[in-house]
Every structure is written in structure tokens, then in C-alpha cells.
Design a protein around this ligand. Sequence first.
Ligand code: ANZ
Ligand code: ZN
Length: 831
Amino acid sequence: MSRFNALSADARWQAVWDERATFAARDDSPRPKSYVLEMFPYPSGKIHMGHVRNYTMGDVLARFRRMTGHEVLHPMGWDAFGMPAENAAMEKGVHPGAWTYDNIASMKAQLKRLGFALDWSRELATCDPAYYGHEQALFLDLLAAGLVYRKESSVNWDPVDMTVLANEQVIDGKGWRSGATVERRKLNQWFLKITDFADELLDGLDTLEHWPDKVKLMQENWIGKSQGLQFRFALSDGGSVEVFTTRPDTIFGASFVAVAADHPIAQGLASDPAVADFIAACKAGGTSAAEIETQEKLGYDTGLTAQHPFDPAIQLPVYIANFVLMEYGTGAVFGVPAHDQRDLDFARKYSLPVRRVVSDGDATDPLFAGDEAYTGPGTLVNSHFLDGMDVADAKRTVITRAEDDGWGRGTTVWRLRDWGVSRQRYWGTPIPIIHCDACGVVPVPKDQLPVVLPEDVSFDVPGNPLDRHPTWKHVACPTCGGDARRETDTLDTFVNSSWYFIRFASQPDDQPFDKAVAEQWLPVGQYIGGVEHAILHLLYARFWTRALKHIGKLDVAEPFAGLFTQGMVTHETYKDPAGIWLAPEQVEGGTVIATGEPVTVGRVEKMSKSKKNTVDPSPIVDRYGADAVRWFMLSDSPPERDLPWSEAGIEGAWRFVQRVWRLVTAEGATTAAGDDTAITRLLHRTIAGIAEDVEALAFNKAVAKLYTLVAALEKAQPSAARADAIATLPRLVAPMIPHVAEELWEALGNLGLVADAAWPEVDPALLVDDSVTVAVQVNGKLRDTLTVAKGSAKDALEAAALASPHVQRILDGAAPKKVIVVPDRLVNIVA
Ligand code: ANZ
Ligand code: ZN
């Protein structure tokens, strides 16, 4: 028997879809619009399995929505700016642009090879001036609206390479290339006022019904709205210090006050060399929250004391501490070691009292043991007038007392900071600003956009190539014509990805997007991507969309109506006896192929280059065909869970594609009359079930239903019902395995493409299961079951039960004493 030749079918149908522009989205279509989007890839060089899984899921939904009468927008592009291109330039001497466009070309070929239903006419790369020029225009719009400003802010400074480092280039407080201890430095940088939208971004989460709760929670925590109390402690030198707390309830547990190294009180003491040294030491280490969190807690006792607001007899020592940030709250805190981990670490180090004031029920004595702070709910203890209250009550009581007595006020604070978008790098969107000594900060006039990156740059020395370029930054001031300098910072690449989905929806030459056209498509109906973007990318895109709404450019509040975060593709890890990671292809039968040494099999983990457990999709597609790879990606694991890659799995997928092909091509020769209601019912249940599963993105369930249907059809006797089901099969599998589906659609003599065909109609009457299983009991014990028509009459059920051979054996000719019938459920015979 002949086989489905995946390789020629893939090539053939991919060419047909291309030629006919089958998946081009029409703005003017009368059909309902559906926007399906997967997070666009960074062009690192090659597609990985994570991409394949992500894009296959989106593809199934996009193809399914087309078949159900939607005009689908399913675009693809490239998140093409960023550090790796500059690293390649530094390491291999290749220009970032050349490297990026090479990668785009090969990855595009790989995506095409998988037969994704993408509208390639809308392809974009964020490193293209035709994209970033419009981004510059939007930046200027936001600037004009007061949503962009410039201020001094800390960066990671590598003192050996003399360059600013991105957070990810700081590893354990050291520069990734030089190994030098990173310092914090102040630079003038550009910020977007995301904090203006903090309330909206928080409240908007409530409208996102089709987002995972965990992602909404992560966004909520990141925005971090907290209610607190701001108040002043009187100091022993006659001055005062204002602190901010979210736990005013714990005030009687305070054992110290701490201020940031940049705090005026610390600065005021810096004439003391010991203080100056300590302040300098606080500046070491990276600027990221994670770095600060993990640093050892250090303090300097100023000798000052602070007076407790409720009890003048209590004097708290005042420290300068490295874990207090000047940028948050008031830059000063009171520390409650028993109920805050940082404070506890600090108190243990400096032998300060640790006093319990919140009890979780058991322990109530003031002495708090251990090194783990208690941050949970509970009842106030050792706290005078607060004793016995719960935390919320105590908070309210303290805030009210502070306000009534006039020494403090309740406040709302946000964890969210404004978005620093300046990067001192080459491969990014140039910030369209000119600095003039006479006129100050001057926006580049819009008719001079795009500000294009210079091509002739060098990467042989550290630092920003734009800054040291001999001519690029020297320009005439647009206002006064005098000598001026271009801004040499470029925009954070998260800006690029904050609006690409709008540009996909509408991409005129002369403006970033056409409002009316973009609004026809937006919001994105279903967005699919990795959970690693659950916070920043999604928050920035939500902010950007709201900012555009605010300035009247786009009337969309939330950019992504539906969000799905898929699981990872995983694989076993391997090490040789020397502990060196081995790639799967270096291992066979528990030994290293090259040396015959035994292999240690490690955990199943996310495929990653560092552990060498990646499997390159390309050779697999070439061997098994696109459909088998797609099918494997959808089978077995629920899409939100991890998917363990396995050779057996891909072979199973390949066999299934072959089975479908054999089933349909063999049926072509047989014609049979006759009914088979079981098959007809199964078909309709499957049509309806797949539709439901695909809409719920439960692809593994849809796959399971297709397995069941195909197995049943393989077994069934020829009948008209079976022939009908087989003829329907190409449409049912088309979203998942579109190449074999097209091949079969054509083989069955259909005109046009299965990709353009309508999803099969369901007869709702056939979905109702009209038989039920009824239990037959004798004296309460189950003896038999009956399959009968739903709603069968009581006497019919009684008769059927009494006719059961099992029942007759027990009754042994005697008449039953009593028969109880519960229709559709149970017949109980009392003997
Ligand atoms: C006393 C206290 C007792 C606190 C307790 C916490 C637990 P969130 O919730 O993230 O807003 N804090 C305030 N300003 C700070 C700064 N500039 N640098 C470092 N820490 C600062 O955190 C608010 C809490 O973080 C505040 O409440 C304060 O410590 C600390 F059992 O005050 B708390
Ligand atoms: Zn000027």
C-alpha cells in the first residue's frame, strides 16, 4: 500500500497557499474579524521547539476560525533589536544588521516549512526604519502629551569596560565581560510615565476575563498598590524623619529606624569619613530589585535616636541601611524584625530586639525566636490598645489615631515605577531628540523622521558606538540652527514590542497606523506566548495602548482580550562521567556514542542551550513532515503544561497522519449503503467537541477525539454513515494537520482548498445521548445493568429487569415482594 509522502505534499500545498495568498487578511471583509497572535520571535538564528509549539497552537486556532466564517488576522514579524546582535558583532565582527537579517531569513524559511497560516504580507521587523521611524513619531506624540520626561537615574556601570550594562549583563554583582564589580551611576535618562496609568492598569485587569488568573495576579503584584501610613519620628537632634509603612499595625514591634544611603539625613552625616565610606559601599552592586533583595543587609548606626509616636520613653536607634531605597516611599522606614524578613536579617546581624506583635494563634510571648519572619495574618499582641485586634483593624486604628492626633496621614503607594526606556546601546530605536546648548531638549521635527542608525559603526571597544561615531551625533539644532548633538540613547526593546500588534493591524507608509482600520481588528482576540512575558511585556503593551487612547490615537483600552501562556517543551538532560553536559544526539542506550562511557541521565528540563538538551526542529520536520511535528506538539500534554519531547511521540504522530491518509484514500474505492447511527452520532459529537476544545485551546482534547473517531472508523463496517464520516475527516483535521488534509480533500474530488472550506455542520439532535444505563439491584445489591432508551416507562423497566438472567437466577422462580423503579437510573427488586 502506498504512503502519504509528507515532503512533497508539504512543499506543494505551501506553494499553493503562498501563490493564492490564502491567509492574507482583508481589512474590508464583511466577515466577523478575528485577530490571533503569537508573541513574535526574537531572531536569534534558529527556530526552537518552544516556537514550534507556540505557533502551532495559534495556527490551529487561526485555521479553525477561518473555517468558522471569520476574517482572520494571523501575522508574523521579528522583535529584531537588542543585545544579542551587538554581542555577535563584538564576538564575530559581523554587523548587527547583517546578523539580524540573516537570522530572519533562515527563521522565516523554517516557519514556512511548518505550513503556518500566516499573512506574510504584513511581516515586519522592528529594526527596519520603516517600523522604528513610526515608533519615533509615537514617542514624540507621548512627549508632547507630557507622558515622557528626562531625569537622573541609576545605571549599572562597569568601571573596567567603562560602559553601562543592562541588568542581564550584571551577574552576581559583576560585569559579564570584565568581571569587575558593578557600580551604580547616575545618568540623565528618558522615562515614560506609566505611573500615571497605575490605577487604570490595575482596574483594567478586572475586565480581562480571558486571561489566566496567575498572570493577572503577577501584574497586580507588580503594580503593587498598597495602603499605608506616612508619619514623622522626632529625632534626638531636634530634627525629624518621615517614614512610610504598609504595616502601621506593627508599630509596637519597631526596634529601629533606617534611612537610605541617598537620604538627606545620611548625606548630612557624610562629612564623617566612616559615614562616607559606608555610603560608598552601599552603591556597589546592581540596580535590579533582585540584586538588592539578595544582598547582605548592611547598616551604619548614626547614633541618633527616634522617639516612638505612642510612647516617648521608647527611643529607637537610627541606621543608614543598604536595603532602604531612596526611590520608594520616603526613603526611610521603621523596622519590625519579627514581621519583616529584611528587618529580621538586619536585627540578627546587629543584635537588635525582635519583638512579636502579631500572633498566629499559638505563640503570644514577646520573645520571637528563629530566622523566619512571620508575615501572615493574626491577632495583635504586646501592643497596648491594639491587643486583640486583627491586622486590618489595627492598621485602621493606627492610621485614624495618627490622623486625629496630627502626626501622620494614610497614603496610597505604588510599587510600579516609571518606565526607564534609555539604553546606551547601538542596536535599538534612536530616541528622536536633539540637545542644543541654547534651546535645550529639542524634538526632531516629524518631517525629519526616521532618525536612522548609522551603518558604519565599530564594536571593537566597549561603550555605545553611537556616542563615539565621528559624525552621526553632530547636527544643526532644528530650532536655532546652531551646533547641537543628537541623543545617543536608544529605546528599550520593550518599546518595540509594545505596539507591533497595532502595526500588524494597519501599516500605512505615512503614519504608525490608521486609527479606523486598526480599531476594526483590535483588541487581539487571542494572544499566545510564554509566561516569561507575563509581567513586563504585557504591562508595557497595556500601558502603551492606554497612552495612545489617552492622546486620542486609538480607541482601545486593553490590547489583548484573550491571553494564553503555554507550557515549555522539555527533554531529559545528560552528562558524561566528567560531568559535562551532552546533547541528546550524542547519547544512545545509556552511553556516550563517541566513547562508550556511561551517561548520567538528569532531570527532564526546559530545552536550553546551557544544558544542551535541545532538539532542533528542522531535521525532524524534514524527516517526518510538518504535519507529524504539528500533531505531536498538540498531543499528550495540555497546552499550559510542559511537553516532554520524545522520539516515540513524533513517530506516533507520523503513524497517525499515515492512518488518516490510508483511511480516507481507501474509502475512495468503496461505496456502501446502509445506516450506522453509532458512527453518525460519533461524527457529530466529534465535530462539536473539537470546535469546543479548539475554542478553549484544549488542543490535546481535540486530538484525543480525533484518535477516537479514526479508530472507530477503521473498525466500522462499510456504510453510508462511515463514508460520510470519512469524507468529513479532512475538514476535521485541517486545522491541525493541514497538508494531509489538503491532499485528501483534493483526492475526494472537492474543489478549492480545505483551508477555505467551512467547518462541518453539527446536527444538534445527534448530540443528545438518548440511551441510559440503568442499575438492576436485588435487595440493594447490584446484579446487572440495562442499556435502555432514555425516558423508558416504569413498567417497561420493571419487565426488562425481571427478564435479566442474573435476576432470574436469584429469584429462582419466586415472585418478587416489591419492585422499586427510579426512571433512567435504577430498578431495585426486593426478593
Ligand atoms: C514597617 C513594617 C513592618 C513593614 C512589617 C513591613 C512589614 P510594600 O508592601 O512593598 O509597599 N519600606 C518602605 N519604604 C521603603 C524603602 N524606601 N526601601 C525599602 N523598604 C521600604 O513595602 C512597604 C514596606 O516596605 C513598608 O512597610 C516598609 O517596611 C518597607 F512587619 O514598615 B514596612
Ligand atoms: Zn538651538
